[in-house]
Design a protein. Structure first.
Length: 95
């Protein structure tokens, strides 16, 4: 892993109507939250693979990074399914 990694998230529309124009965010550790507007239209039960414009610095070998991502959809009937998180460790050997 590097100091310039692309961040991608899968966004599923569990609702019964199409969604668009909402924010998706990610945060790594104590770093500032990265926010980007999703302008794609996601139909009910469809999944969008979304790529953030801002990359992430996860380049320190041996470091564990905990990444949290979530959406912010106005009038969301079930906000409990809006967040996911994962911890990764950079185990890339240095040559």
């Amino acid at each position: 892993m590097t100091s310039n990694e692309v961040v991608k998230v899968r966004i599923k529309n569990f609702g019964s109507t199409a969604i668009t124009n909402f924010n998706v965010r990610y945060k790594i550790g104590n770093n500032p939250v990265v926010t980007q507007l999703v302008t794609d239209i996601i139909q009910p039960n469809d999944i969008l693979l979304f790529t953030f414009a801002q990359t992430a610095n996860v380049g320190t070998v041996g470091q564990t990074y905990c990444i949290k991502s979530w959406t912010s959809l106005t009038n969301d009937a079930t906000p409990l399914n809006d967040t996911t998180s994962k911890c990764i460790t950079n185990n890339m050997p240095v040559y």
